[in-house]
Design a protein around this ligand. Structure first.
Ligand code: ATP
Length: 345
C-alpha cells in the first residue's frame, strides 16, 4: 500500500532542529509516511523573494495535511507573516491550541489541574491586514468580524467539545466595548450553543478571562474566541503549563489541516541544539489523531509524560540541561520500553 503523503515545512530558526527530532520520534515508533519537504520562511525569501511561496501553498492544498515548523515574522515593516498567508490561502479557519498540566514541570501553577483547549478564529479580526496611514502621525487598522466566519468557528468549537467529551464552552470577547464586531461574534456563539444542549455555554470578557486564567485556571474548559484574543490568551495558557516549548497547535480548514507549535522561530537559541521539540511533537500527535492514529498518539504522549515526570532529561526551557537530541532519544527510549513498540534510531 502506498504510504500516506504528509507535507513538512521545517521553517527557520529552531524549526529544522525540532522538525528533525519530531520526525525521528514518529518514525522510531513505526509511523510510516512519505514526507514531502516544502520551503517557507527566511530561506524562501532569499530564494524566491516570498516567505510563503505559491508552490508551497499549492502543495499543502494538494496533499491536505502538513506539519509545519516556525517561520520568522519581522515586527513593523518586512514581509507579511508566512503563517497568516498560509492560513488565509487555505482557509484554515480554526486554530486549536490545547494547554494542559504535565507532571514534573515546575512553575507557579504546577499544582493546578489545567486542561484547557483554545479554539481561535484564524482568518478574520485585526489579522485581516487592512491597515493604512491617512496622515504621517496616524495609522489605522480595520477589525473584520463576519457572521459566517464567527458561526463556523463556533460550530467547530462546540463540535470538537462534544467529540472530546468536554463539559463547557466559553466565548471570550470584549463585546461591552466592541458592540458590533464582538457583539456579532457573541450572538453567533449563543445561536450555535442552542444545538448543543449537552454542553454548558457561557461567556467572559477577555480582560476578566486573563485575570481568572491566572487565579483559577482549572475552572476553564474550552475557550472559543476571535483571532487576536486567541493569540494572546493561548500564549498566556502556554505560560501556565510550562511555557512555549510545550504548546502545540492545529490549523483546521474544510479540506486541509496544518499542525504547528504555538511558539515562533526562537532565533535567540537557533542552531544551539537546545530547543525543546515537545510543542511540535505534540502538534504532530494532534496530526496523528486527525489521521485516526490515536493509539500511536497516546503511546508517544505517554512517553513524553514519563520523560517529564522523571525530570532527568528536560530541556533548558524547563530548567533541565538536556539537548534536543538527548530529549528525543529519551522519548524514543521510553516509548519503546514502556509500550513494547519498535525503536530504531
Ligand atoms: P513570534 O513573533 O514568531 O511568536 P517571538 O520571538 O515573539 O516569535 P518565540 O520565537 O516563540 O517568540 O520565542 C519566545 C521565547 O521563547 C524565546 O526566548 C525563545 O527562545 C523561547 N522559546 C520558544 N520556543 C522554544 C522552544 N521550542 N524551546 C525552547 N525555548 C523556546
Amino acid at each position: 500500500m502506498a504510504k500516506r503523503r504528509i507535507a513538512v515545512i521545517p521553517g527557520d530558526g529552531i524549526g529544522p532542529e525540532i522538525t528533525d527530532a519530531t520526525l525521528s520520534i514518529l518514525e522510531a515508533t513505526g509511523f510510516e509516511a512519505e514526507w514531502v519537504f516544502l520551503e517557507a520562511g527566511l530561506g524562501a525569501i532569499e530564494k524566491y523573494g516570498d516567505a510563503m511561496p505559491q508552490q508551497t501553498v499549492d502543495a499543502v492544498r494538494e496533499i491536505g495535511v502538513a506539519l509545519k515548523g516556525p517561520t520568522t515574522t519581522p515586527s513593523g515593516g518586512g514581509h507579511v507573516s508566512a503563517n497568516v498567508r498560509l492560513r488565509k490561502a487555505l482557509d484554515l479557519f480554526a486554530n486549536v491550541r490545547p494547554a494542559h498540566t504535565l507532571p514534573g514541570i515546575k512553575g507557579p501553577f504546577a499544582d493546578k489541574a489545567i486542561d484547557i483547549i483554545i479554539v481561535r478564529e484564524n482568518t478574520e479580526d485585526l489579522y485581516a491586514g487592512i491597515e493604512f496611514q491617512p496622515h504621517p502621525d496616524m495609522a489605522q487598522a480595520i477589525k473584520v468580524i463576519t457572521r459566517p466566519g464567527s458561526r463556523r468557528l463556533c460550530e467547530y468549537g462546540f463540535d470538537m467539545a462534544k467529540r472530546q467529551g468536554r463539559k463547557r464552552v466559553t466565548a471570550v470577547h470584549k463585546a461591552n466595548i466592541m458592540k458590533m464586531t464582538d457583539g456579532m461574534f457573541l450572538e453567533e456563539f449563543y445561536k450555535v450553543a442552542k444545538s448543543y444542549p449537552e454542553l454548558q455555554a457561557d461567556d467572559i470578557i477577555v480582560d476578566n478571562c486573563c485575570m481568572q486564567l491566572v487565579t483559577r485556571p482549572e475552572r476553564f474548559d474550552v475557550l472559543v474566541t476571535e483571532n487576536l484574543y486567541g493569540d494572546i490568551v493561548s500564549d498566556l495558557c502556554a505560560g501556565l503549563v510550562g511555557g512555549l516549548g510545550l504548546a502545540p497547535g492545529a490549523n483546521i480548514g474544510k479540506d486541509c489541516a496544518v499542525f504547528e507549535a504555538v511558539h515562533g522561530s526562537a532565533p535567540d537559541i537557533a542552531g544551539k541544539g537546545v530547543a525543546n521539540p515537545t510543542a511540535l511533537l505534540f502538534s504532530a500527535l494532534m496530526m496523528l489523531r486527525y489521521l485516526g492514529d490515536n493509539e500511536r498518539a497516546d503511546r508517544i504522549s505517554n512517553s513524553v509524560i514519563r520523560v517529564c515526570g522523571d525530570g532527568k532529561c528536560l530541556t533548558m526551557d524547563l530548567g533541565g540541561k538536556a539537548s534536543t537530541d538527548e530529549f528525543k532519544v529519551e522519548v524514543i527510549h521510553q516509548a519503546g520500553a514502556g509500550a513494547g513498540i519498535r525503536v530504531e534510531d
